[in-house]
Design a protein around this ligand. Structure first.
Ligand SMILES: [Zn+2]
Length: 282
């Protein structure tokens, strides 16, 4: 009971903060959004959360894998401009069979090694990382914390606090009664960016922007479609959290991606003509 009470206090504190500190910004697609905190504040919180993740997770130490993923991530980040390029981009590859990747504000990318079972080549991995980088450049974690009315927001925050485990939360199979002991694990605000699922609108936006990023970097955008086909046919589908759970169905995403392909292919051809032809595959 005690932990329930402190969760509630925490909830009130966060909701008050939301009312007090909301601001405005714009995503790379030009969509206006409400945001909660300054980018600098969120980035500092993410840096702490990332350090904590590094200290407590089993990380991949195989050099070839690290170089491969870092090569693709570097190529994607290399397409960014201005303040997005200036972020301190950092990545961790967690040794975990889950088909998942996620980001935290300020340029922290976390890849779970299970993603390699569906991202079968550098282009498909670029589709994953482009999508994740787009969540960062579009401020989705910050926006997501404030997008609902206060009631909705409170419920989301409470769910995050109670669960403290992104996989359980995303799969919607979590048992709040099981989670009373994990309040502390979700105690930093930065972790909300990690725990709450993105909205359908944000997922579509990350797909669109991510496709542009990968094409600009010289990765074949047609492979993003193949990636989604792999995701759809994967027996791991029910365990795919961030990519498929509450979001557009795989088929919808494929259709939407196909409709974006002409624009992406033009950028891809331009990148190739400019000599951008990444060779990351180990
Ligand atoms: Zn996403």
């Amino acid at each position: 009971m005690k932990s329930q009470r402190s969760s509630f206090k925490y909830l009130i504190a966060v909701v008050s903060l939301a009312v007090f500190a909301s601001g405005c910004s714009t995503t790379p697609t030009g969509r206006k959004q409400l945001t909660l905190k300054s980018d600098a504040t969120l980035a500092a919180e993410s840096t702490r959360a990332m350090a904590q993740l590094r200290a407590t997770s089993a990380l991949i130490t195989d050099r070839a894998t690290i170089d491969y993923v870092a090569c693709v991530a570097d190529a994607i980040v290399g397409t960014l401009d201005d303040e997005d390029a200036a972020l301190y981009w950092e990545m961790a590859i967690v040794n975990n069979p889950e088909v998942n990747a996620f980001v935290m504000p300020g340029g922290k990318i976390v890849v779970k090694s299970g993603i390699m079972s569906v991202a079968k080549n550098q282009h498909q991995l670029a589709a994953v990382l482009g999508h994740e980088v787009a969540h960062v450049t579009a401020n989705h974690a910050n926006e997501r914390a404030t997008r609902s009315d206060l009631t909705g927001f409170g419920i989301e925050v409470l769910a995050a606090v109670l669960v403290g485990d992104s996989a359980n939360y995303y799969s919607r199979n979590y048992d709040p009664n099981m989670a009373s002991g994990v309040y502390g694990a979700a105690g930093t605000f930065g972790q909300l960016g990690l725990l709450n699922p993105f909205s359908r609108m944000q997922e579509s936006e990350a797909d669109d922007i991510g496709l542009i990023y990968m094409a600009k970097a010289g990765f074949d955008p047609r492979e993003a479609v193949t990636l989604w086909q792999n995701m759809n046919s994967s027996s791991e589908t029910t365990k795919i959290p961030e990519f498929l759970s509450t979001h557009p169905s795989g088929d919808t995403r494929i259709e939407s991606m196909v409709s974006q392909l002409p624009q992406a292919l033009a950028l891809y051809n331009e990148a190739q003509a400019n000599g951008l032809n990444p060779d990351c595959q180990p």
